[in-house]
Design a protein around this ligand. Structure first.
Ligand SMILES: Nc1ncnc2c1ncn2[C@@H]1O[C@H](COP(=O)(O)OP(=O)(O)OP(=O)(O)O)[C@@H](O)[C@H]1O
Ligand SMILES: [Mg+2]
Length: 333
């Protein structure tokens, strides 16, 4: 779909994630998605480079003496130039040490959703829940994203990522259940009853943690491990391959931490409602995609005693889109 075809009065859902920014829009009553990598590379500015990029239709902006190539094109250039992509976000929020962070997020948003057409379009954007045992400037992150969207002309409202997943995935249980989104910077958890969040938190272990720790253990580059993990990794026990094993070890570490945090988070909440029936638990986010993830999670959870009874543990059918879909639903309400 090109920008000219878009209905500028329709509400939008945005998943502003550490790895990817996803927009969901309702087209003919069905959600449609578009995504860009939340990443960039910089090149020294010259008129020649700029005209070459323009000729190739590359998505770039000039900033001072640099050309910033952002979004999906950044990956292509990183491969050509043998450099690592840089990322505006770290652990679920704007990276305070990255000078280009906000301008890159702004230009990716501009590419994905453009400027508001003048009818004050509603946009709901995802934000992470407060992390357990960590610090994150969620208030600053949320205010900055809202500021960028407001400046682009939108009426912007935040939604906590876990709650967005509840809206996107749990219509059949009246928006009651537990959502776990294992992304890149964080794993977000939310227990909601009738769409109201009761317990909501995040842990700083997700895909980036697995890549970085497995890289340390094997001496490989994190980016290489990430590519291997996304292309061929399966969570099916011991494989004899040291890289696969290192990734498995840190997947197990993440799953253990998640299960422990879930048990403690639910037990510590003094306001768990009385539920008259078991509730579903859904797993989503890019890091739940390797084959065997659900079984591994279920096995880790089995010995734990949760203060709520579960009816099922299932994987999302669209792990890369459920946050954006829920944010869209919030915008439509
Ligand atoms: N097929 C796959 N197998 C394993 N991991 C994958 C796969 N596809 C993506 N990932 C991992 O999922 C993560 C990205 O997931 P997602 O897009 O849900 O994160 P995000 O929403 O951008 O981040 P966050 O919610 O933490 O801010 C990355 O760590 C990536 O390596
Ligand atoms: Mg996410």
């Amino acid at each position: 779909m090109n920008n000219a075809e878009l209905d500028r009065s329709q509400p939008l859902g945005l998943d502003i994630g550490t790895s990817r920014i996803v927009v969901a829009r309702s087209v003919g009553g069905k959600p449609q998605y578009e995504a860009q990598l939340n990443a960039f590379v910089t090149l020294p500015h010259s008129r020649l480079t700029e005209s070459l990029l323009r000729g190739e239709g590359v998505f770039y902006e000039v900033q001072g003496r640099e050309i910033v190539v952002a979004g999906n094109d950044a990956q292509k250039f990183a491969e050509i130039l043998h450099v690592e992509t840089r990322r505006p976000m770290l652990n679920g929020v704007i990276n305070p040490r990255e000078e280009h962070a906000l301008t890159v997020i702004r230009s990716i948003l501009l590419k994905l959703i453009g400027r508001d057409g003048g009818q004050t379009q509603k946009v709901t954007f995802s934000v992470p829940a407060p992390p357990i045992g960590g610090e994150a400037s969620i208030a600053y992150h949320e205010a900055s994203c809202r500021q960028v969207l407001t400046e682009l002309g939108y009426e912007a409202q935040p939604i906590v990522e876990g709650l967005a997943v509840i809206l996107g995935e749990m219509e059949s249980s009246n928006f009651t259940g537990i959502a776990i989104s294992c992304g890149s910077g964080l794993s977000n958890v939310c227990l909601a009853v009738l769409s109201l969040p009761v317990v909501s938190f995040s842990i700083p272990k997700a895909g980036d943690f697995i890549d970085a720790q497995a890289a340390l253990a094997t001496g490989e580059m994190a980016i290489r491990l990430r590519v291997l993990k996304e292309q061929s990794f399966e969570l099916d026990g011991f494989s004899g391959d040291r890289v696969q094993n290192a990734i498995t070890v840190y997947y197990d570490d993440m799953i253990r931490s998640l299960v422990e945090a879930l048990r403690e988070g639910l037990a510590a909440s003094g306001r768990l409602p009385k539920l008259d029936r078991p509730i579903p638990l859904v797993l989503t986010g890019g890091s739940t995609m390797p084959r065997g993830f659900r079984q591994r999670f279920e096995a880790a959870l089995r010995p734990e005693h949760l203060p709520v009874e579960l009816s099922e543990i299932r994987l999302s059918s669209e792990p890369l889109y459920s946050t954006a879909r829920g944010a869209l639903l919030a915008s439509l309400c």
